[in-house]
Design a protein around this ligand. Structure first.
Ligand SMILES: [Zn+2]
Length: 134
């Protein structure tokens, strides 16, 4: 089960809005993400909250992995959206795994609409993971 997250708390996606006015309605299905950026943010929040079902549900069936196991020890530190154009969103996400190394992931993602809802298709540029060697 995904973690319950209080709607009045600041949204994990870093928008500055409360969860109940940001990614919350997308997660509970009351208001699907209206734009690629909103979907990307809600997917980031879902990762941050351990909501694997939402991540899978917003993944295009052609590219979706059969299952997804989120590491409960991964902390999602911050998200920065650099650019959105059409159905593409470029962003950087910072992660920390098991209280250890921090990673910076930069990706340009492609989204499309399926049955009137935005879904994640794939990354257009391979994600770059800046991690210390060794
Ligand atoms: Zn949000």
């Amino acid at each position: 089960m995904p973690l319950a997250y209080p709607p009045f708390k600041t949204c994990p996606c870093g928008s500055g809005r409360s969860y109940g006015h940001c990614c919350g309605p997308a997660h509970d299905g009351t208001r699907p993400a209206a734009t690629p950026e909103a979907l990307m943010r809600s997917r980031y929040s879902a990762y941050a909250l351990g909501n694997a079902p939402y991540v899978l549900a917003t993944w295009h069936p052609d590219t979706r992995p059969p299952e997804l196991h989120l590491n409960a020890g991964t902390r999602y530190l911050c998200l920065k959206v650099h650019e959105t154009s059409g159905d593409e969103v470029e962003f950087t996400a910072a992660l920390q795994v098991d209280r250890g190394e921090k990673y910076v992931l930069r990706e340009r993602s492609l989204f499309t609409q399926l049955d009137g809802r935005w879904v994640y298709v794939d990354d257009i540029t391979p994600p770059t993971l800046d991690a210390p060697e060794g």
